[in-house]
Design a protein around this ligand. Structure first.
Ligand code: ADP
Ligand code: MG
Length: 139
């Protein structure tokens, strides 16, 4: 297994529900380590930049409104196969389809307001990490 880094975001629905500590604890319990972490409130423009790959999707406006509707915690998780491990811990995009015990099954309200983000590939993880963090902040 390779040690990887991936970007996670605790989304505004989850920060509103005071779930930051519980979600961070879950990552640590699952063997991932926090390599960088910051609480931010994204502008609409910043959310649009982050989700630029989804710009053509019908839900792009709703998604970027939601992501700029309150604070997020952005963090870098490090560990064995961290990209896939984080996706497994998160569960499916739609909480109605997410497996028992996953963060989205436990905490998400809808396919849009679904508690957490996780990079979907190692290549995208590097791009997404660089969107929020300088390399000097990764420790
Ligand atoms: P994931 O976050 O699981 O990687 P996607 O990359 O497909 O999922 O979508 C990015 C985000 O866009 C989702 O986490 C969710 O917040 C939002 N989203 C996806 N599909 C929809 C949809 N059909 N309606 C509203 N929002 C959506
Ligand atoms: Mg995605």
């Amino acid at each position: 297994m390779a040690t990887e880094r991936t970007l996670s975001i605790i989304k505004p629905d989850a920060t509103r529900k005071n779930l930051v500590g519980r979600i961070l604890a879950r990552f640590e319990e699952e063997g991932l380590r926090v390599a960088a972490l910051r609480k931010i409130w994204m502008s609409k423009r910043q959310a649009e930049g982050f989700y630029a790959v989804h710009a053509a999707r019908p839900f792009f406006g709703e998604l970027t409104e939601f992501m700029s509707s309150g604070p997020c915690v952005v963090l870098v998780l490090e560990g064995d196969d961290a990209v896939a491990a984080n996706r497994r811990i998160m569960g499916a995009t739609n909480p109605a389809e997410a497996a028992e015990g996953t963060l989205r099954k436990l905490y998400a309200d809808s396919i849009g307001e679904n508690a957490v983000h996780g990079s979907d590939s190692l290549e995208n993880a590097a791009i997404e990490i660089a969107y929020f963090f300088a390399s000097s902040e990764l420790t």
